[in-house]
Design a protein around this ligand. Sequence first.
Ligand SMILES: Nc1ncnc2c1ncn2[C@@H]1O[C@H](COP(=O)(O)OP(=O)(O)O)[C@@H](O)[C@H]1O
Ligand SMILES: [Mg+2]
Length: 248
Amino acid sequence: MKFAQTGIPGLDKMLDNKGIPAGYSVSIIGAPGAGKTTLAMQFLYNGVKLFKERGLYVSLDENISRLKEAMLSVGIDLNGLRGKSLNFIDATQLRSVPSHLEVGGYDVKKEEFSLLSLMESIRSKVEEAKVKRIVIDPLAMLTVLFPNESERRIAVADLIQHLSTLGATSLLLTELPTDAPIRSYQIEDYLSQGAIIMKKIRNENHLSYVIQIEKMRGVQHDNQARLYKIDQGGINVIPSESILYATI
Ligand SMILES: Nc1ncnc2c1ncn2[C@@H]1O[C@H](COP(=O)(O)OP(=O)(O)O)[C@@H](O)[C@H]1O
Ligand SMILES: [Mg+2]
C-alpha cells in the first residue's frame, strides 16, 4: 500500500509515520478558523516540496489571491512553486449558473450541471498536470446546491467516487456550523475513507486547538485528541500532548 505523507511531522506521527493511504478521500472537519485551509495547503505544498507530488486546490469559497496572502502570513509561499506543481480551480462562480440550461439537447438542472462541470474540470486538470493530491475547500457549496439530504448524499457519493477513480489523495474540507460540544455527523463522514476533526477549545481566557483522527482506513492511527498550534510554518501538531476531551 502507498501513502501520502502530510509533511506535518506531528500529524504523520499520528498516522503511524506513514500518512494517508494514497488514493483515499479524507474529510477535514472543523469550525471556521480551526485551520482546515492551512492544513490542506500544507498538504499540497509539502507534496510538491518534499514528495514530488503535484497538487490541485479547488476553491468553492475562497478568493485565491487572498488565500495566497493568508498562507504567506504563516510562512507558506505558494508563489514560490513553479509550473504545474500546484494548480488551482476557482469554482466560486458555480453559484451563478442559471437555474436551467440545455446541454446537448437535454434540459439540465443547475445543481446537476454544477456538479458535472466541477467533476469534469477536476478530471481534466488532474490528467493535464498529473496531479496526485487534491483539496476541495469547502464541500459546503454542495449543501447549498442540494438542500435535500438524499440528493446531497448522492452528490457527495458521486464526487468521492469520481475522485477515487482519478487515483489522487483528496482532502474534503467541511465546515462545522458551530463549536458545539457534540457534533452532528455529516454525510461525507460516512462516505469518505477517513475523517479528521479540528477543534478550538476555549477555557477561561485561553484558546487551545485540538486535532483527532476519527477514522482512517488502511493505517493504524492514533485515536487520541492532540494539541496543535498555528504559527510560522502553519499547523504544528504536538503528538505527545493528548488532551482529555471525551466529547470532541
Ligand atoms: N500568522 C498567523 N499566526 C498565527 N495564527 C494565524 C496566523 N494567520 C492565521 N492564523 C490563524 O489561523 C486560523 C485560520 O485558519 P484557516 O486555515 O483559514 O481556518 P479554516 O479554514 O478552518 O477556517 C485562524 O484561527 C487564525 O487566527
Ligand atoms: Mg477555510
